[in-house]
Design a protein around this ligand. Structure first.
Ligand code: NAD
Ligand code: AHE
Ligand code: ZN
Length: 368
């Protein structure tokens, strides 16, 4: 079949809208009509050329929601008309990683996914017979996609696609990092570096679990009002203070209990660790840093009890946890609506990237 998609032909160039050939689902695969997709900073990161796994030409996008159109042989858990959220972190429930119960990082299809291919090492997308690569196993900047059954969360059918698409990455990443990775407890002091599409979700989850101080750090002063609305109690603009680490330590009687880096900057990653409380403070790295970047600190910071941890997709097990997060939104426990600041047709997707770069948007959602 044919599908409309935004193609990333080369690093650093705007996407172009094309008609693409899409092969139908093979064994264990599902054809999904994407109804809406968010634009995450990670799409921009890969498009910029900074991602060592970036492959071109490809169809980016990993924050979508849609409807099952057809299933391939052997698919048992989904059928036509089911509402789904594609998962860049699948959940096979059979690999060593899934069975460990220690991580959400299912590895059953990770190697082909990282090479822009389906699990049988071929692409379903092409133009004039030449392959166009998949991205993060999802490629939600295409109106129709083919994905493995294990990479789809089935969600309730009354949830609006233009809101729950954001649960495909940003909401789950921020909320999950608080609930599943850090397991923040009531009364804890929390710091959030970067108050964008991820950081604001960290803030709303920290408030939900009853955190005490919730301190936000961002260079963009426009972020303060929205972050306060979501539960931030103190705002630090790094350009207005002498030393961010000392400011946090002063506000928290010795350092944060949990600190989340949601920028992807190795300097703020260091600040996140070094402003954590001696003996127990945890710094959770969510931001994705560019190829070649490294983090550093004095090992003494770790010897004296501070902990550096990472979190991918908020530590969420997609098929198990994503439907629950959709329920929380539908029950009014999570605010997604106010974070979706812009809505665009696919033809204007490049404006969504511009709005992110200029700091004007929190999330732009593309509607098909
Ligand atoms: P975003 O662009 O919406 O937000 C980033 C925020 O950081 C902005 O508010 C910006 O003003 C602020 N910022 C930038 N540089 C800063 C600095 N030096 N000091 C203070 N503030 C600064 O991005 P997003 O969509 O929220 O994504 C944030 C990061 O998380 C990105 O690196 C993205 O790739 C990553 N990410 C990781 C995961 C994961 O699973 N680990 C999932 C989604 C996104
Ligand atoms: N390809 C990048 C890594 C990018 C990365 O860390 N991705 C996160 C999700 S970001 C979503 O917005 C992730 O889930 N990582 C785990 C994994 O297996 O990719 C690089 O730098 O190589
Ligand atoms: Zn993302």
């Amino acid at each position: 079949m044919k599908t409309k998609a935004a193609i990333a032909w080369k690093a650093g160039q705007p996407l172009t809208i094309e008609e693409v050939d899409l092969e139908g689902p093979r064994a264990g695969e599902v054809l999904v009509e994407i109804k809406a997709t968010g634009i995450c900073h990670t799409d921009y990161y890969t498009l910029s050329g900074a991602d060592p796994e970036g492959i071109f030409p490809s169809i980016l996008g990993h924050e979508g929601a849609g409807v099952v159109v057809d299933v391939g042989p052997g698919v048992t858990s989904l059928r036509k008309d089911d509402h789904v959220i594609p998962l860049y972190t699948p959940e096979c429930r059979q690999c060593k990683f899934c069975l460990s119960q220690k991580t959400n990082l299912c590895q059953s299809i990770r190697s082909t996914q990282g090479r822009g291919l389906m699990p049988d090492a071929t692409s379903r997308f092409s133009i004039d017979g030449k392959p166009i690569y998949h991205y993060m196993g999802t490629s939600t900047f295409s109106n129709y996609i083919v994905v493995p059954e294990i990479a789809l969360a089935k969600v309730r059918s009354d949830a609006p696609f233009d809101k729950i698409c954001y649960i495909g990455c940003g909401v789950t990443t921020g909320v999950g990092a608080v609930l599943f990775t850090a397991k923040v407890e009531a009364g804890a002091n929390v710091v959030v570096f970067g108050l964008g599409g991820i950081g604001l979700n960290v803030i709303q989850a920290a408030k939900m679990v009853g955190a005490d101080k919730i301190i936000g750090v961002d260079l963009n002063p426009e972020r303060e009002a929205m972050a306060r609305k979501f539960g931030m109690t103190h705002f630090i603009n790094p350009s207005k203070v002498e030393n961010v680490v000392d400011t946090i330590i002063g506000l928290t009687d010795g350092g944060s209990d949990y600190s989340f880096e949601c920028i992807g900057n190795v300097t703020t990653m260091r600040q996140s660790l070094e402003s954590s409380h001696k003996g127990w403070g945890q710094s959770i790295i969510i931001g994705v840093a560019a190829a070649g970047q490294e983090i550093s600190t004095r090992p003494f910071q770790l010897v004296t009890g501070r902990v550096w941890k990472g979190s991918a997709f908020g530590g969420a097990r997609g098929r198990t946890d994503v439907p629950k997060i959709v329920d929380w939104y539908m029950e009014g426990k999570l605010n997604i609506d106010d974070l979706i600041t812009h809505r665009l047709p696919l033809e204007r997707i490049n404006e969504g990237f511009d709005l992110m770069k200029s700091g004007e948007s929190i999330r732009s959602v593309v509607l098909y």
